[in-house]
Design a binder for this molecule. Structure first.
Ligand code: DC
Length: 237
């Protein structure tokens, strides 16, 4: 079977990062966290004191020189920059902000897109890819595209909890403002802005439990896989 892709896009706190790895695991597929790659580049650029708003070429040169590796196991993934494990470090609030800015640069986006497609091609069965432009730009041929949404208050609550679990204590107001400012940058940039694909299914997760959303999307994925198999068999006969 050639690989199939399911995309899950949406703003921060909409539920992507909980849903995508869980669904990938239920399907026995790989999970591609595109935001983590923008975070890794932002982390590296900040660490080396590069200007985040000018050319992305110098950031990419540096990344290629230092080496960015992704180590995947069935249950986790680690990001290494020049051998240093940055998996936790890239989740810091200042890296979220920086990632949103480096993600505006076309050279950075090209690099990430190439990397994501390469990783998808190494995944023999299927991939669940989450981000902002997975369904519109990176995997337009996905068999199922989901766009998650949730109210700003609920997203801020979730994000505050997630940050606290990582040891970052922030007020709800601060988290809410950071989310809204990041939404604004991500939605209004010139290259691959965060917009739902025309054929995406919209799911508002504000009042839903994780279990409910996961069960609903899993059902959609299984149906899309069946339809895709039927289509493939019809084309072959
Ligand atoms: O999903 P995340 O919060 O880890 O993403 C961090 C930032 O990376 C986000 O604010 C914008 C950028 N990003 C992007 O531009 N395109 C993607 N597909 C994923 C993330």
């Amino acid at each position: 079977m050639s690989r199939v892709v399911v995309t899950i896009d949406g703003p921060a706190g909409s539920g992507k990062s909980t849903l995508a790895p869980e669904l990938a695991s239920r399907m026995g597929w790989s999970h591609l966290d595109s935001g983590a790659l923008y975070r890794v580049l932002a982390w590296l650029a900040s660490r080396r004191g590069l200007d985040l708003t000018t050319t992305g070429t110098s950031i990419i040169h540096l990344a290629d020189e230092v080496g960015i590796d992704l180590q995947r196991t069935a249950t986790s993934q680690k990001f290494l920059v020049g051998g240093e494990d940055v998996t936790e470090g890239i989740r810091a609030p200042e890296v979220s902000h920086a990632a949103s800015h480096v993600a505006k640069l076309p050279e950075i986006r090209d690099w990430v897109v190439r990397r994501l497609r390469g990783l998808a091609d190494q995944s023999p069965d299927g991939v669940v890819a989450d981000g902002r432009d997975m369904g519109t730009v990176v995997f337009p041929d996905a068999i199922l595209k989901i766009f998650l949404e949730a109210s700003a208050d609920e997203r801020a609550r979730r994000r505050q909890k997630e940050l606290a679990e990582r040891g970052y204590e922030q007020t709800l107001d601060t988290v809410r403002m950071e989310l809204l400012s990041r939404d604004d940058v991500d939605r209004n940039r010139a290259h691959s802005p965060m917009v739902p694909a025309k054929d995406a299914i919209h799911i508002d997760t504000t009042d839903c439990s994780v279990a409910e959303v996961t069960a609903r999307v899993e059902k959609l994925i299984r149906r899309a896989v069946d339809d895709n198999n039927t289509q493939t068999n019809e084309n072959a006969s």
